[in-house]
Design a protein around this ligand. Structure first.
Ligand code: NAG
Ligand code: NAG
Ligand code: NAG
Ligand code: NAG
Length: 803
């Protein structure tokens, strides 16, 4: 009896031990968690990380399926489920580790909210790892799914972000919907960009690691790494490192660490002491970009803050404050847009003079650089203010070497002490907004106040600071290094008289590591990067055509042969193709200096000499396609995205010959306008025959872009009195203001004759009447100055009657 008791006690003592030892971090199939239950989340063995439901701050009945730091009071979230929306579940919802689909989250009515999207797996168990990674493992110990592969806004030590990976910001500290900022790879560069939310299309980048190396593609970046020592770096394909952690990091043994794309758009590496003594809070190690307020400068989107809002920096973090007279549309979203607290009206009754109706707040050193609609050279402050007062469309006037009139909504607002500008912000008297009374220095008569205090009052005025997001993670684990795979191709397999290789689909799948790294996306399909071993190793761009017609097999080969016969230094070389079942792929030489679009429209203006060489190159390439090939090739989609740059910044045209390929079983061309808005010749829309002159037109537009470094249709940009590049360029030419066209680029201006020639050639190319446009051979001669360029006529003489 006594011994039985002894064994029972022994058993009772050991039982929990076995249970813990076996399940430390492990989650068996069938296990569930319920939102709102007190039950413990799934913990990692050390207890550092937890997987489960976290109550939302502003709604106690909603829970986020997430992973967080369990051992710190902040419970900082490092990962959350995200399908089309964050995995937010009402009280009573249940997440279950199922045998076939991994994690499945259902609401109390059994409607599915989110799942881990495992195709058909035989799940054995899940593990909440001490690295912060939740891993789902099969019976064969294969990893079927892990949270590290689906990052949200945070990377942890040992986590790797690949070229197809992406971090996206949240909406706000407590709203986990997708925000406006994104971190991803683009062409070997790690970039931060703003995103347009409904369509997710990406605007200009505001941080760029510049790790794309044109002279040697194998130097380009392709992984973001976060190692055990707390260093973050971009790994290049040749295993070299571009270090992101520019300061000495703290150890991962003593500090929790995480890198988060915060909801304010700043990518920050944070640390937090593990020891429960000392200053327990998240501290910043480093962040990018240096100044997000002035870093975001694209034409589209609102900038670092919402529309009509103004961004200022504290440290490297942006704060947003509505200007006086404006207030937040959503009071809880200080990074959102502001609305005027009054009406700007063009229908005011005339009894009152305009001076009685409107007045201005004055602030120094702020600007909304992309919201101009008029510029008056030589106007002083008084003239500027008056001009805005008497213009019912004018919302703000900025006096800065002249007078810039701005319209609503204002975008990219920022404080910039280097501006030396004075802003006049219009407001309507009478219904002076309550917002004004909140402001300490809002008296419009307080105009002499020093710049600092005016700025400070603006900044302190309308909204309270927001706490930074405090999300975080730490752990141990492993990361894998991508192995380069080569596909060997025997020289004997080349086809016919061209040197084209006929690849099997399998070879190309291997060459691209199963189409892993997307480097571009065009109207014809997606382009992937790959490595192929022929006589030597080639980096290639594999284009997967998504719209070729099944019955066009013979034609496909014919067209590919036509493309394959082209040899010109300004054309991207086709190496081979694949035609197998439904699959149609083209294999090109890879040029990693990126597209001309990136080159022209990123921050710094490339120098004039490079630009003019590029213009020559493209013209020669097109002249070759039109006039020297045995079969004439009309490109039909000339635009800067379809021009690539090699290591010496020689332009090479890509995607030629594809227009025909993809239209081949369609008899009427007009039903399927190819080409891209802004570059398309007018005859496409007019039932007129389409000839090589469509390319001449597009080339003219492109040439203007090269000259001015501006996009052909930046309609929304609306800056500095231009709307459509072609019209504006002709106006500049006609009024002899080429300096405006090149934004005062001294190098271009000192090459006056060449610049003028280029502009005239461009205007000839964009003539509405195709017959007036020169052929490409003539274009090259005119550019080179070999033949005289006549004064071009107005390119669209009937423009007004056409709309
Ligand atoms: C989060 O923000 C989105 C977009 O503004 C909104 O639709 C959603 O209701 C918000 N969610 C919560 C929980 O507040
Ligand atoms: C982490 O990366 C840094 C920078 O490349 C390097 O100096 C350090 O040795 C690495 N640490 C480990 C543990 O590999
Ligand atoms: C703790 O750290 C935070 C953030 O780094 C800092 O603002 C605060 O002043 C520190 N507190 C103490 C007592 O050192
Ligand atoms: C969990 O992390 C450890 C290192 O901390 C690693 O050895 C182990 O393989 C990981 N488990 C899974 C299932 O990934």
């Amino acid at each position: 009896m006594a011994s039985a008791t002894f064994y029972l006690i022994l058993l009772l003592c050991w039982l929990p031990y076995f249970a813990i030892a076996e399940t430390a971090g492990r989650v068996p199939v069938g296990e569930t968690l319920t939102a709102g239950n007190e039950a413990s989340p799934w913990l990692s063995p050390s207890g550092d990380f937890a997987f489960g439901f976290q109550e939302l701050k502003d709604n106690k009945d909603l829970f986020l399926l997430s992973i967080w730091y369990h051992n710190i009071p902040e419970k900082t979230v490092v990962w959350y489920g995200y399908g089309d929306a964050p995995a937010v579940a009402p009280r009573g919802s249940q997440v279950e580790l199922t045998v076939d689909r991994g994690l499945v989250l259902n609401d109390p009515q059994d409607q599915e909210i989110w799942n881990s999207a495992i195709g058909l797996g035989a799940v054995a168990y899940g593990v909440m790892n001490d690295t912060g990674n939740f891993v789902i493992v099969s019976g064969d110990s294969d990893e079927l799914w892990d949270s590290f592969s689906y990052p949200t806004d945070t990377l942890l030590p040992f986590q790797v972000m690949k070229t197809d990976g992406e971090l996206f910001s949240r909406r706000s500290e407590s709203n986990f919907s997708k925000g406006r900022f994104q971190l991803r790879f683009s062409d070997g560069n790690l970039v931060l960009s703003t995103v347009n939310l409904p369509t997710k299309s990406v605007y200009d980048d505001y941080y760029n690691s510049r790790t794309s190396d044109g002279s040697n593609p194998s130097n380009s970046g392709y992984r973001v790494m976060f190692n055990e020592s707390g260093y973050m770096y971009i790994l290049r394909r040749n295993d070299q490192r571009f270090i992101l952690t520019t300061v000495r990091p703290v150890s991962t043994a003593d500090f929790y660490q995480r890198a988060t794309l915060d909801y304010d758009g700043v990518f920050t590496q944070y640390f937090y002491p593990k020891a429960s003594t000392g200053n327990r809070s998240w501290s910043t190690l480093w962040s990018q970009p240096e100044n997000i307020c002035v870093g975001i400068d694209g034409g589209l989107g609102s900038g670092a803050c919402g529309f009509n809002n103004i961004c200022s920096l504290t440290g490297r973090k942006p704060m947003c404050n509505c200007p006086k007279g404006y207030s937040l549309i959503d009071k809880n979203d200080v990074y959102g847009s502001c609305k005027p607290d009054f009406e700007l009206s063009c229908n005011d009754e005339t009894q009152n003079s305009i001076e009685d109706l409107y007045d201005f707040f004055e602030i120094n050193d702020i600007d909304w650089p992309t919201s101009d609609y008029e510029f008056y050279k030589g106007y002083n402050e008084v003239e500027c203010r008056n001009s805005c007062l008497h213009d019912c469309l004018c919302a703000v006037a900025i006096s800065r070497e002249g007078c810039w009139k701005k319209k609503l909504p204002l975008s990219n607002g920022r404080v910039d002490s280097k501006l030396n500008a004075k802003a006049f912000i219009k407001y309507r008297k009478g219904d002076t907004p309550p917002a004004v009374h909140r402001l300490p220095n809002s008296d419009p008569s307080d105009k002499k106040g020093n710049p600092m205090s005016a700025t400070a009052s603006l900044l302190l005025g309308s909204s309270v600071f927001v706490n930074l997001i405090l999300v975080g993670a730490f752990g141990f684990g492993f990361f894998c290094i991508y192995k380069k795979k080569f596909v060997r191709v025997h020289q004997g397999e080349s086809t016919m008289e061209t040197n084209l290789h006929c690849f099997t689909y399998k070879e190309l799948a291997e060459a691209t590591d199963n189409f892993k790294e997307e480097v571009g996306r065009g109207s014809f399909g997606i382009v992937y990067k790959g490595l192929i071993q022929m006589s030597s190793i080639h980096t290639v761009a594999v284009k997967k055509l998504d719209r070729v017609f099944q019955d066009g097999e013979k034609e496909f080969k014919n067209e590919v042969m036509v493309i394959g016969q082209t040899h010109h230094k300004n054309l991207v070389r086709l190496i081979g193709f694949c035609e197998e079942g439904q699959h149609r792929l083209l294999v090109y030489e890879f040029l990693s200096n990126g597209t001309l679009a990136n080159f022209l429209f990123s921050n710094a203006m490339p120098n004039w000499n490079q630009r003019s060489q590029i213009a020559f190159g493209i013209a020669r390439g097109l002249a070759y396609l039109h006039e020297e090939c045995s079969t004439q090739i009309v490109h039909c989609d000339i635009k800067p995205q379809n021009v690539l740059l090699d290591q010496n910044y020689n332009a090479q045209i890509s995607d030629f010959g594809l227009a025909k390929l993809l239209m081949m079983n369609q008899s009427q061309t007009k039903t399927n306008i190819r080409g891209t808005k802004g570059y398309v010749a007018p005859e496409w829309f007019r039932n007129k025959p389409v000839t090589s002159k469509v390319d001449v037109y597009s080339y003219g537009v492109l040439l203007l872009e090269i000259i001015s470094c501006r996009k052909s249709i930046d309609v929304e940009m609306g800056g500095e009195n231009y709307v459509i590049l072609t019209d504006w360029a002709f106006d500049c030419y006609r009024s002899e203001k080429l300096d405006v066209l090149v934004e005062g680029d001294m190098e271009a201006l000192s090459a006056t004759r060449e610049l003028e020639r280029f502009v005239m050639v461009a205007i000839w190319c964009i003539q509405e009447d195709p017959a007036l446009r020169p052929i490409m051979r003539k274009v090259t001669q005119m550019l080179e100055g070999v033949v005289e360029v006549a004064v071009p006529p107005n390119p669209s003489p009937f423009a007004s009657s056409m709309n």
